[in-house]
Design a protein around this ligand. Sequence first.
Ligand code: APR
Ligand code: ZN
Ligand code: ZN
Length: 367
Amino acid sequence: MISKAAVLFEVGQKLFIKEVEVEPPRSGEVLVKMAAGGICHSDLHVMNGDLHNPLPAILGHEGSGVVAEIGKGVMSVRPGDHVLPLWRMSCGECDYCSAGRPALCPEGTKIRNTGCFLDGTTRFKLDGTEIKHFLGVSTFSEYSVMPEKSVLRIPQDLPLDRAALFGCGVVTGVGVAINAARVEPGSTVAVIGTGGVGLNVVQGSLLAGAGKIIAVDLVDKKLDLAREFGATDTVNAAAGSPVEQVRDLTDGKGVDYAFEVIGLPATMRQAYDSLAKRGMAIIVGITPRSAEVSIPSLSLVYEERTITGSLYGSSRPRIDIPKLIDLYRVGKLKIDELLTRTYPFERINEAYEDLERGEVARSLVTF
Ligand code: APR
Ligand code: ZN
Ligand code: ZN
């Protein structure tokens, strides 16, 4: 079948809307008619070359859609079901999957690194040339084939535009506070970078019962939003050292948890420097592979600090996403407020320009 898709041909270029050929789903695969695709910074990392993906590829890893067709042996979904793509495929059987760490599954890593399905092939072609997938889900295509293990059935009555946000920004952001940091009630938190993912770290910390949540960003509009999402204090990093501002807000002690949700070595160091004794810095932002962060090693010992990272909110998406949907439905998670803008699919480049300019919390393209 022919489908409109946004293709990245080379690093540094914009996306081109093309009519690509989509092969029918093979055994264990599903064809999804996408309703919405989420505009997340991780795709931008691929476009600007910070994050490598084989090219040409169809990007997009957040979204929602309706199952159009299923391949042989598919049991968990049927045509007409509403689904979310899960951008880290997990086999369900390896040591990591068995230990409740599906984001670390080697099969997901293989799909991520090759831009292909596990059999080494793709389901997209343009003028006879193979087009790669992104994270096995390529949500920036009207129709996309995904492994069955990469889709999660969601309630039919959840609006598909709201639903789309759960698959990356929400499960990553809320998950990192709850699963990775295990934020304790009454503790102090700094969230450095309050964009689409960071705002969810703010609301995840609030859910977990943090006493003080300090939002750090360069854009005042983002800081205002962060207050709406539960931040008790805000720091504009352009107005002087963010580390000192965070320390001033905590009687000089520093915070128990500092999250870096941007992807810059400098702000990762700021997260570490903002910590109190026994504090934990959690890195969420993606840097180029070659990037390094240095930290004063003595503080690891004398202050028992921790620095760690978290992928996909260290979540178990099949358990956690339905819970997050329930939390939204009872008014404990802000999703409507997160969705700042919706663009027709054809204006996807404009959506990324607006994200880069810091104009939106989270936006979507719709098909
Ligand atoms: N100091 C403070 N805030 C900054 C700085 C800085 N030096 N540089 C950028 N920011 C802010 C931006 O103003 C923006 O609000 O960081 C935020 C980043 O948000 P988004 O662009 O919406 O990115 P998001 O989709 O949230 O992803 C953030 O998490 O999952 C990863 O790959 C993703 O590395 C990316 C990060
Ligand atoms: Zn994302
Ligand atoms: Zn596995």
